[in-house]
Design a protein around this ligand. Structure first.
Ligand SMILES: *Cc1c(COP(=O)(O)O)cnc(C)c1O
Length: 423
């Protein structure tokens, strides 16, 4: 069955971030349960990356399934312009209660990239309504905010944006903060304060850029400088939100409050696509008017899907349970132990951790790169061992669902150690 499905897939499907000519190894998955997925031959894989960093509580969670099934039989969908529904109201109430208290309104979309588009459009149209002369957007080098055009524009540029380069709008890129560069970056921000409208950043961990990490205190210093210079802050918590950093949100590590925040990925526990952009009263008020042309002109057919909102509410219920919070701390501690055990390993360049996110850079003869051959070498070897990992070039990382057992995590650590010795 495995080969048959693979062959049929190859005939009709075009996969994301995949050179199809090399894609001879695509694995048909038939079932998921907890931290495992099962292929058509019945082989089990530990999902060490939560699929694409989305699965919080494991696959096919019965509680989420039950809630969604009830919703599916009640109201599967309704237009969100002119109409509303309880799942969207309850989810917004629950989310806002957990976020920094300056977040007042929730705007729904379908995924992370569109949550970013909305955040950018909110800030740009805010500037437009205020007839501001500030037009520039600030972003981190090596950032990743999604694959639509606005999101690509504010992301780090590379081989994957080259074909579209001329169509992407200009952005000022600054270094993620370190003690060494903070003073200079702050000076740059102050000098250009009257041109810069907003600053978009992944807080604490730059995910797709290579699980790059910076200190909360350093980021705070940068954010407070931007705030003092009247620059709007867009905090992209699409990857780091919902417990990944060891706290509920990256915001819980920071003093400075963002004006706009973006969520997706773990929002529904990884069950359905859903995006959320939240904002402060100040942003909202700039649109609130007798003038109907001051509305935020954005929307999607499936905005605020009742089914997706229900999945998100169920996922939040699970996330806030003591058991889940203890699991998060258990993973944080296990990662920390493993990190101290291997930090001196001769084949490791660096090793780092932020909460449940763990990453190590394998020493190679070449520079650290997304296109490093290490991916080609390591990815199938981990699969052979029944572990789903997707190295970013020579960077191996773990982003496990919170239900992953200590036994399975130890097995993953041992396998990493084994490959470090063997290869
Ligand atoms: C994945 C990701 C996005 C884009 O989300 P999609 O749902 O894949 O469009 C944006 N920002 C960050 C930080 C991400 O990790």
């Amino acid at each position: 069955m495995q080969d048959e499905l693979r062959k049929r897939d190859f005939e009709v499907n075009w996969h994301p971030y995949t050179q199809m000519q090399q894609a001879t190894d695509i694995i048909p998955i038939v079932r998921g349960e907890g931290s495992y997925i099962f292929d058509a031959n019945g082989k089990r894989y530990i999902d060490a990356v939560s699929s694409w960093w989305v699965t919080l509580h494991g696959h096919a969670h019965p509680y989420i399934a039950k809630k969604m099934s009830e919703q599916l039989n009640t109201l599967e969908h309704v237009i969100f312009a002119g109409f509303t529904h309880k799942p969207a109201i309850e989810l917004s109430e629950s989310l806002l209660a957990l976020l920094p208290n300056n977040q007042k309104k929730v705007f729904y979309t379908d995924n992370g990239s569109t949550a970013i588009e909305v955040a950018l459009k909110m800030c740009i149209q805010y500037g437009y309504h205020l007839q501001s002369n500030k037009k520039k957007i600030l972003a981190f080098k090596n950032g990743y905010h999604g694959d639509t055009f606005g999101a690509m524009s504010v992301s780090g540029r590379g081989i994957w944006t080259d074909p579209f380069g001329e169509l992407l709008f200009d952005v000022e890129f600054i270094d993620a903060p370190t003690q060494d560069n903070l003073a200079e970056t702050k000076k740059f921000i102050s000098q250009h304060a009257d041109e810069i409208l907003c600053f978009i950043y992944e807080p604490l961990v730059q995910g797709a850029g290579g699980m790059l990490m910076h200190k909360a205190t350093d980021l705070d210093e940068l954010l407070s400088c931007a705030k003092q210079n009247d620059i709007l802050l867009i905090q992209d918590e699409i990857f780091v939100g919902f417990g990944r950093t060891g706290k509920l949100f990256a915001a819980n590590h920071l003093q400075t409050k963002a004006d706009v925040m973006c969520f997706s990925k773990g929002l529904t526990g990884g069950t359905l696509p859903l995006g959320v952009t939240t904002c402060s009263q100040q942003i909202y008020d700039a649109f609130y008017s007798e003038d109907s042309t001051k509305a935020l002109f954005h929307g999607h057919s499936f905005t605020a899907s009742p089914l997706a909102c229900t999945a998100a509410l169920a996922s939040l219920d699970l996330l806030l349970m003591d058991e889940t919070q203890q699991n998060i701390q258990r993973i944080v501690n296990l990662h920390a132990d493993f990190m101290s055990k291997i930090s001196k390993h001769p084949k490791i360049k660096t090793v780092r951790q932020q909460g449940t996110i763990f990453a190590l850079e394998w020493k190679t003869s070449e520079e650290t790169s997304y296109f490093s051959d290490m991916h080609q070498l390591l990815y199938p070897k981990f699969l052979e061992k029944g572990i789903l990992m997707r190295p970013l070039g020579n960077i191996i990382y773990l982003v496990p669902p919170y239900c992953t057992s200590t036994e399975d995590l130890n097995y993953i650590y041992e396998t990493i150690l084994l490959f470090l010795e063997e290869l």
